[in-house]
Design a protein around this ligand. Structure first.
Ligand code: OAD
Length: 248
């Protein structure tokens, strides 16, 4: 049975009359593609795995093979997934707004697979590999297997080009995201627990700078109380309905 989604008329009106939209996505937008989130009880990755043993520079130093293998497993899982209707609706919204910035915390590349352009990847991309010594991006065989590969320049270990706990976000990427949050008229926060900084501050920064902030999430988050509008539900259902209302 088709579920009817009610998008508040005020939300439709504001989006329709806005020139500049910024969107922040988190793991929730890829959940319906079969990519696990991090903090959902039972199904989230951090419910099963300890981030301190897998997603920090120290973890990689202590046991590079364990960390490499875990990221290899996640790559394989993501490789078998496809963009869902939520990702696709964002491609339509990008075409609708004169100015549109898509910022993601996801490392899965599913926005790009859907056709989104110029995606700002705050936490890197799991399919890229870099030298663990100097951070130089090394073009990566997509399916490296066995032992941790070595940098062809300096023989240090290669590592996934993702941001680990305790590391800074790429400065230029963060700057672009902050600027979009500062100048946008509407900011849509989708499928993120709004807990991990500095990404979590972006919607509040947008609010402080006068934007209308819309949250789309089946659960409440620290943003929910302050957001201008909060729509509870799955991104794969809400976003196509929203795009349909705005564009058609
Ligand atoms: P979380 O796992 O913290 O939060 C996922 C959010 O998605 C939750 O608020 C869920 O309620 C929501 N959600 C679940 N299913 C959804 C659906 N179908 N549609 C919409 N929302 C849904 O993931 P993030 O907020 O992305 O960082 O986590 C931020 C960062 O923490 C990640 O980028 C990762 C992690 O540690 C690094 O690895 C550096």
């Amino acid at each position: 049975m088709a579920v009817s989604i009610n998008i508040p008329v005020e939300v439709v009106d504001i989006l329709k009359s806005s020139q500049f939209a910024a969107v922040l996505t988190g793991a929730g937008i890829s959940a319906e593609s079969g990519v696990p989130t991090f903090r959902d009880a039972q199904t989230g990755l951090w419910a099963k795995y300890d981030p301190l043993q897998l997603a920090t520079p120290e973890a990689f130093q202590n046991d590079p093979q364990l960390v490499w293998d875990w990221y290899l497993w996640r790559r394989e899982l993501i490789s078998g997934s496809q963009p869902n209707p939520g990702h696709l609706a964002l491609v339509d919204l990008e075409a609708f707004f004169p100015e549109f910035t898509l910022i993601t915390q996801n490392v899965d590349g599913l926005h790009q697979s859907a056709g989104s352009m110029g995606v700002i990847e705050l936490h890197g991309n799991i399919f890229r590999t870099k030298c663990s010594r100097d951070g130089r991006i090394i073009s990566d065989p997509r399916e490296p297997s066995g032992s941790v590969p070595l940098c062809p320049e300096c023989s240090s270990y290669l590592r996934p080009d993702v941001v680990w706990f305790g590391e800074n976000l790429p400065a230029d990427t963060l700057k672009t995201a902050l600027e979009a949050a500062r100048v946008c008229e509407v900011f849509i926060s989708i499928g993120t627990s709004t807990l991990v900084e500095p990404s979590a501050s972006l919607p509040f920064f947008a609010l402080d700078n006068g934007a209308t902030v819309l949250e789309i999430n089946p659960q409440s988050t620290p943003l929910t109380q302050r957001a201008s509008f909060s729509i509870r539900g799955d991104a794969g259902e809400i976003l196509p309905a929203l795009a349909d209302e705005i564009i058609n």
